[in-house]
Structures are given as structure tokens and as C-alpha cells.
Design a protein around this ligand. Structure first.
Ligand SMILES: [Zn+2]
Length: 95
């Protein structure tokens, strides 16, 4: 049985594009390996079932859809991240 892609690269450059709608299995694994399976916010060990992937700099603020801008977060850091973005975005609109 052959792979659909045929290419297997262990290391992805930081500017490798990631999909808009979903993350590839490889992208997920690359980010988790880079972070040693720990949350980028609080360093808590990540559970595969409750890991959230976020763009460090959100697309709404001009963040690129690249691996280098992607981070894995635990649920509580994920919600903090979302709230921070909402606040930042609200600030932008008020100015
Ligand atoms: Zn965390």
C-alpha cells in the first residue's frame, strides 16, 4: 500500500502553509513535537482529545496561515487566547 502523498518530510519549515479549514495530521504532529506535547501557554502536558490549535497571531489581525504561526494550547489557554483576540479586535474597532 502506497501513501497518497508519496513524500514524507519530518521537518516542516516555519513558513509552510497550513490549510484554512483544517489541519493536516502532519501539521498537528509537527506542532506538538516542536512543543514537546506541552501547551504553548502554560506548559501543561497536552491531551490529544483536548488540544486546541490556534494561530498565535490571528488571521483577523493579519497573521499568516503558516506552521510557524501555529501553536497548540490546552483548553484553558485556548479560551484565554480567544478572549484576548476578541478584546484586541474590539479595541481596533473602537479606534
Ligand atoms: Zn495551557
Amino acid at each position: 500500500m502506497t501513501s497518497e502523498r508519496g513524500i514524507h518530510t519530518a521537518i516542516y519549515p516555519d513558513d509552510a502553509p497550513i490549510g484554512d479549514a483544517y489541519l493536516t495530521h502532519e501539521a498537528v504532529r509537527t506542532v506538538l513535537e516542536r512543543q514537546d506535547n506541552r501547551c504553548a501557554g502554560c506548559s501543561a502536558p497536552l491531551d490529544a482529545r483536548s488540544t486546541y490549535f490556534d494561530l498565535r497571531q490571528p488571521a483577523i489581525c493579519g497573521g499568516p496561515h503558516t506552521l510557524g504561526n501555529l501553536e497548540a494550547l490546552c483548553p484553558s489557554c485556548h479560551w484565554k487566547h480567544i478572549r484576548r483576540i476578541r478584546e484586541r479586535f474590539a479595541d481596533h474597532r473602537n479606534k
